[in-house]
Design a protein around this ligand. Structure first.
Ligand code: SF4
Length: 212
């Protein structure tokens, strides 16, 4: 095929695609995701962030030796305040993001509900995740947890929220190792059982998203 013809056809298809309502474009992107992936520089400038981290809390139930969040003296020295985000503020951020998504016809590729803290310290984590999912502002809504607070009730809530992916951060493979690393937590079996229940429940419901 000659290059000129190829370029004209490509421009025509692109113009036609861009004239479609965003809901249809999103459907096409979902059917042929590989057609829309490419080097990041080709996607610039972006109307919405490619990836977004929103931290529901910067508190953590562990004090890991390698982590600034676990080093309370360091945090005091650098003057970093500690706290939890209100659900109202979280919703405001997502509402504003939703306006950007609607106006541009684009979505955030990955939205992470965590950054510096342990997200499950926030009691309303599942409510936040459900809000993001209902607003449909991201291709994938994810989090990372140490799984110590992942009780059965909370696991059910999180699965119900529709969260797409959970990364579980495992600090060691026995109690002593956990105690040494986290300084205040030494129950490897609890982490293992919590993750096992999450996996079994997700599998049972057949809405498996992913673990890393
Ligand atoms: S569990 Fe994660 S956030 Fe908490 S102290 Fe350890 S590494 Fe840091």
């Amino acid at each position: 095929m000659n290059n000129n013809f190829y370029n004209k056809t490509r421009t025509l298809v692109k113009t036609f695609y861009e004239s479609m309502p965003w809901q249809i474009r999103e459907g096409i992107r979902n059917i042929y995701p590989s057609r829309f992936a490419g080097p990041l520089y080709k996607l610039l400038p972006m109307a919405v962030p490619f990836s977004l981290h929103i931290d529901p809390t910067n508190l953590c139930n562990f004090r890991c030796t390698f982590c600034p969040t676990g080093d309370l003296d360091l945090l005091r020295t650098v003057g970093r305040s500690k706290g939890q985000m209100t659900v109202e503020l979280f919703k405001k951020i997502i509402d504003e993001l939703s306006e950007m998504c609607i106006a541009s016809g684009q979505k955030v590729n990955e939205l992470h509900i965590y950054k510096d803290g342990e997200p499950l310290v926030h009691k309303e984590f599942a409510k936040m995740a459900a809000y993001v999912k209902n607003k449909n502002v991201a291709e994938s809504v994810q989090t990372t947890t140490n799984a110590a607070l992942l009780t059965k009730d909370r696991t059910m809530e999180i699965i119900d929220s529709g969260l797409d992916l959970i990364r579980v951060s495992v600090e060691h493979v026995n109690d002593n190792g956990y105690k040494k690393i986290t300084k205040i937590f030494g129950d490897y079996n609890l982490v293992k059982e919590n993750v096992k229940f999450l996996f079994e429940e997700k599998t049972r419901r057949k809405n498996f998203g992913g673990f890393i």
